[in-house]
Write a protein that binds this ligand. Structure first.
Ligand SMILES: NC(=O)c1ccc[n+]([C@@H]2O[C@H](COP(=O)([O-])OP(=O)(O)OC[C@H]3O[C@@H](n4cnc5c(N)ncnc54)[C@H](OP(=O)(O)O)[C@@H]3O)[C@@H](O)[C@H]2O)c1
Length: 342
């Protein structure tokens, strides 16, 4: 029997800042069973959807992306947490909880569920598998421990520090015994960084007319590690403040995602004489470390040594606003959308 299936449809390719009207919520219908004769498929009930900055790239018709563009007229897709309602795949059975790339809709038929993770630890909030225990958490873990080569006592700077990835990078760096400063785009976020996530210091970059001067104030001896989330003017100012043998983990550059012409980087000369390593990375290359990550992070969560702030939008109707809000800093913490709580 077919049931109604609410979906968030991608309307057309976007230039500039994405808008809620680039998407629309419609009612479709779906059978709650894998179709007869379809092998290795799963039918999911989506519970929580993750809003992620990389989705902006998928709203563009570009062949150079590392993920396929969204197709106009079809639902968006992205990381999410779901319950298996039916399965013809040997690795999944009805009742399993999973996270992976699913549709922005109530129910999804996934015909190649090769990249889903089965959720084993149910004694933590399930929403965490969109953030702390999902793709952003793995990004923070891989970016900090694998790319930054951190050492106790080093000076660490994190931009977009209160977001899904940044709030964890800061906490990982504190656990290791680093001095950590974060920047964010509102005073409320700055308070969170200092009082909830335990950063040593934090500042509102929108209130700093001279970013170079601000960084000199917080890092009089310079920066060993920059966890780069924003790019643009921030990166240029950081380059003037790196220490010898500093590392920059290029995780993302959200300030550039909506520009038709990216800003240039000007201050590259210090990279030479300070022997700075700038290394880009994609979380996709590190998912083999997921079990090791869980082994480290789950006890920390249970002992209260790692905390996580989520920004929860209720219902698929709120999903377009939640997604576009990432690009104006509307989200406070990890932005996710609740499709259903059971
Ligand atoms: N390499 C990878 O595999 C990988 C994986 C996941 C994420 N990422 C990247 O990591 C970064 C953070 O992602 P996230 O999921 O943690 O997002 P997030 O920080 O939770 O949300 C995005 C935040 O970016 C800030 N922002 C938006 N527009 C900006 C601008 N023009 N200039 C400066 N800041 C701006 C806003 O915070 P403020 O209010 O503080 O400005 C906004 O809240 C992004 O660049 C993303 O693309 C990379």
């Amino acid at each position: 029997m077919a049931v109604s299936n609410k979906q968030v449809i991608f309307k057309n390719y976007v230039s500039g800042l994405p808008k809620e009207s680039d998407m629309e919520v419609i009612e479709s219908s779906i059978q709650l069973k894998v179709p007869e004769g379809t092998k290795d498929a799963i039918l999911l009930k989506n519970l929580y959807l993750s809003c992620d900055p990389y989705m902006r790239g998928r709203m563009t018709n570009l062949e150079t992306l590392y993920m396929p563009s969204f197709e106009p007229g079809l639902p968006l897709s992205g990381f999410g947490v779901a319950k298996v309602l039916d399965s013809t795949h040997p690795d999944y059975e009805k009742g399993d909880f999973v996270w992976g790339i699913t549709g922005w809709e109530e129910y999804s038929l996934i015909t190649a569920p090769d990249h889903f993770f089965k959720i084993q630890h149910m004694d933590v909030p399930l929403t965490y598998y969109t953030g702390l225990l999902g793709m952003p958490g793995m990004t923070a873990y891989a970016g900090f421990y694998e790319v930054c080569s951190p050492k106790k006592g080093e000076y660490v700077y994190v931009s977009a520090a209160s977001g899904a990835v940044g709030q964890l990078v800061g906490q990982f760096a504190k656990l290791l015994g680093c001095y950590v400063v974060g920047s964010a785009g509102s005073n409320k976020k700055v308070e969170l960084l200092k009082n909830k996530f335990g950063f040593d210091a934090a500042f509102n970059y929108k209130e700093e007319p001279d970013l170079n001067a601000a960084l000199k104030r917080y890092f009089p001896e310079g920066i060993d590690i920059y966890f780069e989330n924003v790019g643009g003017k921030m990166l240029d100012s950081v380059l003037l403040n790196m220490r010898n043998h500093g590392r920059i983990a290029a995780c993302g550059m959200i300030s550039q995602y909506n520009l038709d012409h990216p800003e240039g980087v000007h201050n590259l000369v210090p990279v030479v004489f300070k022997r700075v390593r700038i290394e880009g990375f994609l979380v996709n290359d590190f998912f083999h470390l997921y079990p090791k990550f869980l082994e480290m992070v789950i006890p920390h969560i249970k002992e209260g040594k790692i905390t996580y702030v989520e920004d929860i939008a209720e219902g698929l109707e709120g999903a377009p606003a939640a997604l576009v809000g990432l690009f104006t800093g509307r989200n406070v913490g990890k932005q996710l959308v609740v499709v259903s709580r059971d």
